[in-house]
Design a protein around this ligand. Structure first.
Ligand code: PLP
Length: 403
């Protein structure tokens, strides 16, 4: 915008406007700038009017922000979806995905029983009281899933690609087929399996959700989420996002976009480290049991081998490992965690740092001990998210903490 002012303006005015809104040069920044703007200006009201209807629409940042849009484009491409909707967190993404699925009172949502605790909390405390019939099943038992889906007006089947913390693999093609046969949609939380490894839409899922806080941003410094799906979800997702307003800020979107660039490199190393850690733990006398889909002893090893993308060398079975310490009670597990010097006993996953989480204390804290025992999540179970450190250093740290 040019100014026609002929007199020198007051410093109070200059302080607000000086230097802003310089004409755009004939160049394109190599990386996407961080658009710190809540609202956008057009040369004429006719252009502004058109911008309201445009797609993407950059009029007001809750409706669209160029940095956030760049992230959405990248996520849609990586997951093989037509649309992506970036959100402020993984939970905001799950909320948006559930709302965009237009589940109505009397409809049923069938969900895997070992969902992330907050996801079950969202279903139980936000959706169930609205008259949505929420039913939990063992997602690895096709007969139980079919009975639950057929037993109500099921609108949605919700599963995680790798269950937390036992790392059971969801048979996505079979679950998608089952859901579609009954007129339901398959919503998949792919947080544990970034699109380098698994793209659920290619296996029949209708919507994919990520906590981008984890692998996709990858550095443990930003909270975010995303929903990715087919073109039919463009309208519902846009409407939900604009009305509930759980959008990420431009800084968060930019950090996630930058993280994405190194996702394949980080993830290849993380998967190699995870495989080495799983093999090492399986041989260790202090370890009772190791859960890792890359080990032949894992019940879903063959399923994982068929489903996961092996094109990245060594990146075939993911970077999460769960294990139980032999004869360990809570006090012994806590001693192990307190002794770690390199691996971080922190509650997250997918970071460049190796993280060790204690499900009984963290993700499954709210679950009654008897129910945890039924799920196979005892006081002796730990979950490790492999980082990108040098493998010998990780193993040496685990060794000294187990000693
Ligand atoms: N889904 C899964 C599988 C998770 O593990 C998490 C968080 O740990 C979430 C969703 C929620 O993500 P956020 O913490 O970004 O809201």
């Amino acid at each position: 915008m040019t100014t026609t002012a002929t007199r020198r303006r007051h410093p109070a005015t200059l302080a607000v406007h000086a230097g802003e809104r310089a004409p755009r040069g004939r160049f394109t920044p190599v990386s996407t700038p961080i658009y710190h703007a809540a609202t956008f200006l057009y040369d004429t009201t006719a252009e502004l009017d058109g911008a309201f209807e445009a797609d993407p629409s950059f009029v007001y940042a809750r409706h669209g922000n160029p940095t956030v849009h760049a992230l959405e484009d990248a996520l849609a491409v990586l997951e093989g979806g037509a649309v992506a909707c970036a959100c402020a967190s993984g939970m905001a993404a799950l909320h948006a995905a559930l709302l965009a699925s237009e589940v109505a009172p009397g409809d049923r949502i069938v969900a895997g029983r070992d969902l992330y605790g907050a996801t079950a909390g969202l279903l139980n405390t936000v959706f169930a009281p609205q008259g949505i019939d929420v039913v939990y099943v063992d997602a690895g038992d096709p007969g139980a899933v079919e009975r639950a889906v057929a037993g109500g007006r099921t609108r949605l089947l919700l599963v995680e690609t790798l269950s937390n913390p036992l790392l059971r693999v969801a048979d996505l093609p079979a679950l998608a087929d089952l859901a579609h046969r009954h007129g339901a949609r398959l919503l998949v939380d792919g947080t544990f399996t970034p699109p380098v490894l698994l793209r659920p839409l290619e296996h029949g899922a209708d919507l994919v959700v990520h906590s981008t806080t984890k692998y996709l941003s990858g550095h443990g410094d930003v909270l975010g989420g995303a929903v990715i799906g087919g073109a039919a979800y463009a309208g519902p997702l846009q409407s939900v996002s604009r009305l509930t307003g759980g959008v990420p800020g431009p800084n968060e979107a930019w950090l996630t976009l930058r993280g994405l660039k190194t996702l394949p490199l980080r993830y290849e190393r993380q998967c190699q480290n995870a495989l080495a850690i799983a093999r090492w733990l399986a041989e260790h006398s202090a370890i009772e049991r190791v859960h890792y889909p890359g080990l032949r002893t894992h019940p879903h090893h063959d399923l994982a081998a068929g489903l996961f993308d092996a094109s990245g060398a060594g990146a075939q079975f993911g970077a999460m490992v769960a294990f139980t310490i032999r004869d360990a009670d809570r006090a012994r597990v806590c001693r192990f965690l307190d002794r770690l010097e390199l691996c971080l006993p922190a509650t997250s996953l997918g970071d460049v740092y190796t993280l060790v989480a204690y499900p009984a204390m963290a993700s499954h804290r709210e679950v009654a001990p008897a129910q945890r025992a039924r799920l196979g999540i005892g006081d002796d179970l730990l979950r490790l998210s492999a980082g990108i450190e040098q493998i010998d250093d990780i193993l040496a740290d685990l060794e000294q903490a187990l000693a």
